[in-house]
Design a protein around this ligand. Structure first.
Ligand code: CA
Ligand code: CA
Length: 114
């Protein structure tokens, strides 16, 4: 299957389906959501999402912004990982900001590391 193809027409390319453990043959939604993550006594914004387990060819980055202007990389490592069925896992990437930030936007990026 081609990486940039979208055979079932759900708006996500095959490469994106793979990175977020979706099905390239079914119109489905990625399991990706905002969550809070406790860092000791501090509550921090975080993204929780499903991905293939034990991939060696994908790197993930949490990026965050207070203004939508620049998007520095906050982290490329998880704070937690929970094994799921189908050789997938649910992971959490946590921001460094606390819940006192006035505005904070998070986004996830991934890149292939062949
Ligand atoms: Ca698709
Ligand atoms: Ca799909």
């Amino acid at each position: 299957m081609r990486r940039d193809a979208d055979p079932e027409g759900d708006g996500r390319k095959n490469a994106d389906e793979y990175a977020l453990a979706c099905d390239p043959r079914e119109a489905d939604e990625p399991k990706l959501a905002f969550t809070w993550s406790m860092d000791g006594a501090v509550r921090r914004p975080a993204l929780k999402f499903r991905r293939p387990a034990n991939t060696l060819d994908l790197g993930y980055q949490l990026q965050a912004s207070g203004s939508l202007g620049t998007w520095p990389v906050i982290t490329s490592t998880t704070v937690s990982s929970t094994p799921l069925a189908g050789d997938t896992e649910e992971v959490i990437f946590r921001d460094t900001a606390s819940d006192t930030a006035t505005a904070r936007f998070l986004r996830l990026s991934y890149l292939y590391q062949p």
